[in-house]
Design a protein around this ligand. Structure first.
Ligand SMILES: [Zn+2]
Length: 80
């Protein structure tokens, strides 16, 4: 079962959560790509742009891609 956005945004519905496309994966930082790869690929919320990975029931937020507030591109404090 797919879960909701870990950023708990207002459009967090499970139906808005998608696997990162190849094109999106190429636009996040190399550090974030490495984490996504080690977790079997990343996910993105198409409402808030949150990119995250799931390891079992644990989810880690990597950053935001094309965030509505911060603007286009990759935004991450942890994986700049
Ligand atoms: Zn979201």
């Amino acid at each position: 079962m797919q879960s909701e956005c870990p950023a708990a945004c207002s459009g967090k519905k499970a139906s808005r959560q998608h696997a990162l496309s190849t094109e999106q994966r190429e636009r996040i930082s190399a550090a974030a790509q490495a984490v996504a790869e080690s977790a079997g690929g990343g996910m993105r919320c198409n409402y808030c742009g949150c990119v995250y990975v799931a390891r079992g029931s644990q989810r880690e937020q990597l950053g935001f891609l094309d965030d509505g507030v911060m603007g286009p591109g990759w935004h991450s404090r942890r994986y700049p």
